[in-house]
Write a protein that binds this ligand. Sequence first.
Ligand SMILES: Cc1ncc(COP(=O)(O)O)c(C=O)c1O
Length: 405
Amino acid sequence: MERNLLLKYSQKYGTPIYIYDGNKIIARYNELYKYITWPKLKILYAMKANYNIGILKLLRTHKAYLDTVSPAEVFLALKLGFNKEDLLFTSNNITDDEMHEVKKTGVLFNIGALSSLEKFGAAYPGSKVCIRFNPDVYAGEHKHVQTAGSVTKFGVLLSEANQVYEISQKYKLKIVGLHEHTGSGIGETAKVYESMTNLLEIANPKLFPDLEFVDFGGGFKVSYDRQTKKINYSNFGKKISSIFSKFCKVYGKELYMYFEPGKYVVAESGYLVIEVNTLKNNRGRLIAGTNSGFNHLIRPLLYGSFHHIENLSNPTGKFYDYDICGNLCETGDCFAEQRSIREIRESDKLVIKNAGAYCYSMGSIYNLRAMPSELLVMNGTEKLITKKPTNEELAQSIFSSSKHQ
Ligand SMILES: Cc1ncc(COP(=O)(O)O)c(C=O)c1O
C-alpha cells in the first residue's frame, strides 16, 4: 500500500493501527489455484494466521475453505457463514468436552494422535475422519515452527499407520483424508516434495481404502526481507501436481489435493502503523520509543523475524541506525535493533511491513496495553473492523469481567 494512503488512514483512525489490503489477500489466495495445476484442489486458509472477521468474510465471499485449530475458530467460522463442509478441524491436545462440542457442529476432524483417535472412535463409531501424520522432515524458518521430525508434538508416526488402520477397523471409522504439515515458511521446495512423498508412501488402498483427499498443510514462504530468494511457485505447483497425479494413478482414484496456507495468504497484506513518542541517545545508540510493543507484534522477539520498517513521515530524511522499541516494561520489547531508517523525529509515523500473518492474532494485552485498531481496505474503500479500546475502557473491561470487584 502506498505511503500516502498509510499516512491518511493512520491520521484518520489513530495509531497504533493494523491496515490490511483486502485486494492483495484475495489475489494471493487465488493465485495458488493458478500455480497448482491439479484440477481437484482445495486451498484451506489457516485462520490462525489472522482471524479478523473482515478478512474471513472477504475470503468467504471468494469461496475459500478454512483450516481451524480450536473450537472457537470453528464456531467463529460457522457464525460468519462458512459451511461445515468448508472447514477442517485440526485438533491438537483437546479435552473430551472440546471433542464433543466440535463434533456436534458436523465439521470433519483431523486427528494427530493414536490415543485421540481411539477416544474419537469409541465416542463416534462409524464417523468420517482425517489423520494427521508426522512426515519426518525438518523444515521451516525457525525451530518453533518446524512441526515434524523427532522433536514435535504433532502427528502420528508414519510407522504407526497399521495401528491407525486397526483402530479404524475396530470403530468402523471411515478415513477420508490423510494430512501432514511440515512447518511454516519452508524455503527449500525439495523438503516439501520429500514430505509429500513420505506421506504418500503409506497412503495405499489396503490401509486407507476410503480416501477422498490428501492434505499437505501450509508452509508457503513469504520473503520478509529483500535477500531471501523468492520461490518460483509456478514451477513448484507443476511439480507437486505431477507427484500427486502419479500417486493417484497408483491409488486408483483421482483424489482431492488440499493445502492450508496461512502466512502466504495474509502476511504481505498487513501493515502496522505506529508512532514515535520518545527519542533517546544512549551513548551513541539511537533509540526510538513508540506507542506499540511486542504485545502487538511478537514475531521479532519470538522467532527473531525481520520486518521492514519505514519512516512514513520523513521519506527523504538521512539514514541513521535506530533501535525501534515499544512501550512495554521489558528489555526485549524491540521491533528492530540498529536498523537503518530515515531520520526519525518525535511524532513521526513508522510502518512495520508484512504484518498480516501471526501478528495481531498472536497479540495480547500484556502490561494492560490494548490491542490496536484494525482497518480493512478493499477496492479503495476502508472499513474499521476492530476499534482499539481506550485505556479507561480496557481497565473497565478487566474490572467488569472479574468476579471479585
Ligand atoms: C496444521 C497447520 N496447517 C496450516 C498452518 C499454516 O502454516 P503457514 O501459515 O506457514 O502457511 C499451520 C501453521 O503452523 C498449521 O499448524
